[in-house]
Design a protein around this ligand. Structure first.
Ligand code: BG6
Ligand code: MG
Length: 247
């Protein structure tokens, strides 16, 4: 696996001097906006109805994967709950209604100024910016938070045939940006997204401890999005982001 060693100037065995990322593809839920928490609350309601024990740790395994796959992972926590396809479809529908209701109060104020500032810095450096999300609600969220105009391209759950960890959503984003995968970096909070980025041949930057689950390791792990502009590969001058121990 390629490792980005911060400060040692190496990405994938090449000198960092020779690497310049030209496009950054951001996951949405849990990276740009706190909708990961709203997914958690909606799934918690469904889990309670089904009598399935569910907590934040269990929810972390649902990050990045599709709604239908999330339900499968939830049901796997209690194998004696067996449901047919129609029941599963109805539960997904219900979860989405709960989730959509919670999106109604989402506004531009839900995006921290620091997040907007990061996007602005990257844009000024002429990096191409995209969102690559598994969510079928991504457009709605981008509109409600007034983030849509910050990106050159958006790919979401309505545009793909396979969800993360499949690379489709990121490959489509790179194509819309007019870039080859190997000059793109992905910013992700989910192991499924890190795996998708690697399968796409892109650099995978994890955000937060959840990004390292399931034995999957990003090329670099950041604690906060505000650490991103310092990365030399993104045109930064390299004041160190907090080291979180990815080797
Ligand atoms: C991802 C979330 O962004 O989108 C997952 O991390 C979610 O938790 C997936 O299941 C699909 O979202 P939606 O909005 O289409 O149900
Ligand atoms: Mg996410």
């Amino acid at each position: 696996m390629r490792i980005l060693i911060y400060g040692a100037g190496v990405i994938g065995g090449k000198s960092m001097k020779n690497i310049m990322i030209r496009g950054v593809i951001f996951d949405l839920d849990g990276v740009l906006v706190h909708t990961d928490e709203l997914h958690f609350r909606a799934w918690s309601c469904i889990a309670e109805e089904l009598g399935i024990p569910f907590d934040r740790g269990a929810n972390d395994r649902l990050r990045g994967v599709s709604r239908a796959e999330s339900l499968e992972r939830l049901l796997a926590l209690k194998p004696e709950v067996r449901l047919g396809d129609k029941e599963k479809a109805a539960l997904c529908e219900r979860k989405n209604s709960l989730y959509r209701a919670s999106l109604e109060t989402l506004t531009a104020a839900d995006i921290p100024p620091a997040v907007r500032a990061v996007l602005e810095i990257l844009r000024k450096r002429k990096l191409r910016l995209a969102v690559g999300s598994s969510s079928r609600n991504a457009r709605l969220i981008l509109q409600r938070t007034e983030l849509e105009q910050a990106f050159d391209a958006v790919t979401d759950g309505t545009m793909i045939t396979a969800s993360k960890p499949d690379p489709e959503v990121f490959l489509r984003a790179a194509a819309l940006l007019g870039l080859e995968p190997d000059v793109c970096a992905v910013v992700e909070d989910a192991p499924a997204g890190i795996l998708a980025a690697h399968r796409a041949g892109m650099y995978a930057i994890g955000l937060g401890a959840c990004a390292t689950g399931d034995g999957i390791r990003p090329d670099l792990l950041l604690s906060r999005l505000t650490e991103l502009p310092a990365l030399p590969a993104l045109g930064g001058e390299g004041s160190p982001p907090s080291r979180t121990g990815i080797r």
